[in-house]
Design a protein around this ligand. Structure first.
Ligand code: AMP
Ligand code: MG
Length: 355
């Protein structure tokens, strides 16, 4: 398949007039049953018509994604929610008012118009109204309902830059929109509103505390996604799969700064002697203290937004440089940090060394 690259000039969050023809063309491709990768404020998505079983099948095939891992349906106007979700509870309305458009996905009872192929056979549907202007314009140009998982080959880190979308999806998607997005860098928060109290199925920029405050109730994260040993089946089916992983072996090292720096340097020394190419992911303050072949900075210590924004690009760049052993400093799992640690732990296959 020939993949058309559509370059967007949008600046400062606004589309330019020159961008409109490209977006309209991409919308036509989706309307005719094709698939298009596009930027959002979280990560790049791989979009198809959410109301077409055939389009959803194409998305699964392009990603090599197991078909029991449901897709998120993206909308570009609040009213569209009522076309695809049944019995929309007050909680959903409250959350939409505060957090939409934005990086929050809500699980609701689905209407029959949404095909089983899109929801992985579930009777619920995941809905998100993104804030990115390119994403919104594309959804509108595509008929209003775009099913879109992250635009990576299944299992790899989600793409936050067009070059990584092109790496994974060239020849697999009909078009790739290059431009914008990636401001948050991690996938949306998923909240399940079909259970009482609501439950977080995937942590993200919108935290449990933020959701809890709006709903006036305490909101907890599904235990099954936090610990691989919990023995429970996660309620978000995708959470059971290995995810976000670089090709090299990734290990998280946790502890005080001094212990972590010396601990990682010992491991790096041994790996180098065994002929491995080594990489370290560290905060700006510690980066200069590592002897690894490649050291990537996650931003100032404690800056969660910067670390989240850079995480997937760093993991991908270790692949680019063919690093075979990777060590990551740990992050505080508070607030947005819960999402960072959730992705990092999955990328590391839960391999963590405490110093
Ligand atoms: P991705 O598209 O890669 O961002 O992954 C979408 C995530 O949303 C996956 O982990 C899915 O399991 C989850 N998801 C989508 N639809 C539902 C649903 N109806 N119920 C629970 N989780 C869902
Ligand atoms: Mg994904």
């Amino acid at each position: 398949m020939d993949t058309e690259i559509i370059t967007i000039k949008a600046q400062n969050g606004y589309l330019s007039e020159d961008d409109i023809p490209g977006i309209e063309k991409a919308g036509e491709i989706i309307k005719r049953g094709g698939i298009v990768a596009f930027p959002t404020e979280t990560v790049y998505g791989l979009g198809g018509d959410a109301l077409s079983p055939e389009s959803s099948r194409k998305i699964y095939a392009a990603k090599g994604r197991p078909s029991d891992n449901p897709l998120i349906v993206h909308i570009s106007r609040l009213e569209s929610l009522y076309d695809i979700a049944e019995d929309v509870p007050d909680e959903a309305k409250k959350l939409a008012q505060v957090f939409w458009p934005g990086p929050l996905t809500m699980i609701l009872k689905k209407k029959s118009i949404v095909p089983d192929e899109t929801t992985g056979g579930l009777d619920t549907v995941a809905v998100r109204f993104p804030s990115d202007p390119v994403a919104r314009a594309l959804i509108s140009a595509s008929g209003g309902f775009v099913a879109a998982p992250s635009a990576n080959i299944s299992g790899r880190p989600s793409p936050t830059e067009a070059k990584y979308v092109i790496e994974d999806m060239n020849g697999r998607a009909d078009a790739i929109i290059d431009g914008g997005g990636g401001e948050i860098g991690l996938e949306s928060t998923i909240v399940d509103l079909t259970v009482t109290p609501p439950q977080i199925l995937r942590p993200g920029f919108i935290t449990n505390e933020m959701i809890g405050r709006v709903l006036g109730t305490e909101v907890e994260t599904d235990r099954a996604i936090i610990s691989p040993e919990s023995g429970k089946r996660p309620r978000a089916p995708g959470m059971k799969y290995r995810h976000y992983a670089p090709k090299g072996e990734l290990v998280i090292v946790e502890g005080g700064d001094e212990a972590v720096v010396s601990g990682i340097n010992e491991l790096v020394k041994a790996d180098k002697e065994s002929g491995f190419k080594t990489g370290v992911m560290a905060c700006d303050e510690n980066a200069g203290r590592y002897d690894a072949d490649i050291v990537k900075k996650t931003g100032p210590k404690g800056d969660q937004k910067e670390a989240a924004r850079r995480l997937y690009s760093i993991l991908r760049s270790f692949d680019d440089e063919e690093v075979t052993k990777i060590y990551a400093e740990s992050f505080e799992a508070e607030g947005f940090g819960e999402a960072i640690m959730n992705r990092l732990l999955k990328a590391a296959g839960h391999k963590i060394i405490k110093k």
